[in-house]
Design a binder for this molecule. Sequence first.
Ligand code: CAA
Length: 260
Amino acid sequence: MAYENIILEKEDYLAILYINRPKALNALNKDTLTEIRSAIEDVSADEAIRVMIITGSGDKAFVAGADIAYMQPLSGVEAREFSAYGEKIMRMLEIMEKPVIAAIKGFALGGGCELAMACDIRLAADNALFAQPEVGLGVIPGFGGTQRLPRLIGEGRAKELTYTADNIKADEAYRLGLVNHVYPADQLMDEARKMAAKIAKKAPLAVGYAKYAIGKGMQADLDTAMGIEADMFGMCCSTLDQKEGMGAFLEKRKPVFQNK
Ligand code: CAA
C-alpha cells in the first residue's frame, strides 16, 4: 500500500511509524487509520523487525486527535462505525506481538492520547501536552480512551481528566503514570531508539509472550492470569532461544538469539 498520511521507515530491527499530516497536526482521519492498520500488518509480518516506534511528523504534535473536520458531519451510525474502526486499529496495535514505543512530542490530544495509550510504553518530550478534550466538542473519547485511561491512571483521575477536558503537561502525565519517562524534546528519539535497541537484544519470542501474558492477564481474574503466565512460560521453553539464553548463562557467554 502506498502511504499518504504516514511514513513507515525500517532500519535493521527497528520500524519507525510517523503519523504524517503535519498541516493538520497529524489528526487521524479514516484513511490515516487504514494506513496505520496496513503498517501494523507489514511490521507484524516482517521477521527482521523486533520493535516499532510510533511518533508524529513535524515539531508540534504527536497527534492532535481524531480529525474534527472529518467527524463534524457524521451521522450517529457513521460516527459509531468510525469509533469502532478506530478502536479496532488501536486494539490491533495493542495486541501485535512486537512491542511498540510511543515517542510523544507536542500535542497528544483525544485520539492522539488514545493512540499513545494503545502502545506498550510511552516516552514523552518535556513539551508534550496530553488531554481528552472530547466533551468540549460534544462527544466522548472514541478510540478506547474511556477504557484505557482509567486502567492506566485509575478511575477517579481518568474521570476528572475526561469530564474537565484539562490539558496536562509531561511532568503531570509522568506523575499520573500516563508516561514512563520524560526527556528533553531534542533527546526523545535517541532515548526511544536506545530503549528499542535494549529490547531488540532480548529473546524476541519471550518478549512477545511476556506482552501476551501481561495483556491477556490484565483482562482476567488473578487465577486465570497466573494460568496464562504459566502457559507462556511453558511456551518459552519450547523455543531454541530459551535453550540458548540459559545455555549461554551456564557457559558464561553472551546469548545469540535467533527468534526461534
Ligand atoms: N482535527 C482536524 N484538524 C485539526 C485538528 C484535529 N483534531 N487539530 C488541529 N487541526 C488543524 C487545524 O484545524 C489547523 O488547520 P488549518 O491550518 O487548516 O486551519 C491546523 O491543524 C493547525 O491547528 P491550529 O491552527 O489550531 O494550531 P494551534 O497551535 O493554534 O492549536 C491545538 C493547536 C491546540 C492542538 C488545536 O489545533 C486544537 O485544539 N486541536 C483540536 C484538538 C482536539 O480537540 N482533539 C480531539 C479531537 S476529538 C477525538 O479525538 C475523538 C476521539 O477520541 C475519536
